[in-house]
Design a protein around this ligand. Sequence first.
Ligand SMILES: [Fe+2]
Ligand SMILES: [Fe+2]
Length: 166
Amino acid sequence: MSQRKTVDDLFIHMLSDIYSAEKQLTRALAKLSRAASDPALSDAFKTHLEETHGQVQRIDQVVETCNIRLKRMKCVAMEGLIEEGQELIDEIEKGPVLDAGLVAAAQKVEHYEIAAYGSLCAIGKQLGFTEAVKLLKETLDEEKATDLKLTQFAENAGNQKAKQQQ
Ligand SMILES: [Fe+2]
Ligand SMILES: [Fe+2]
């Protein structure tokens, strides 16, 4: 049987999962930034890398304010998403087509994070973790803003250049 018997256990499990995801992303975003040829896209990844460091610290604050302990675990979903991004880097030469692929891969990551933080906010609210929910909502907003920025890349620069290359 699962050890997740209570809502508190579920909250801790989900927080531990996204903590692992964010840690993995600090390495992956640096790679994405290096792989992007559009300087604006490369900068966007760099900016989100900095935000991600802050998001890891925010989870530490959540742990403190909720007086809980994280479990050591690996977010296998994020591991898979990052692997897919790496495959693109390995298979496509640097340029607009790879950029379009990187945007798509990064958006999958953001959508995973948005789902995770959205659920954490809902469950945290249920548990009465008011301060934690405030912190988690700040991260959720950053993920949403990043996703929006990536959508703009997908709709403008990335896809346009990919088309020109055909
Ligand atoms: Fe994040
Ligand atoms: Fe993110």
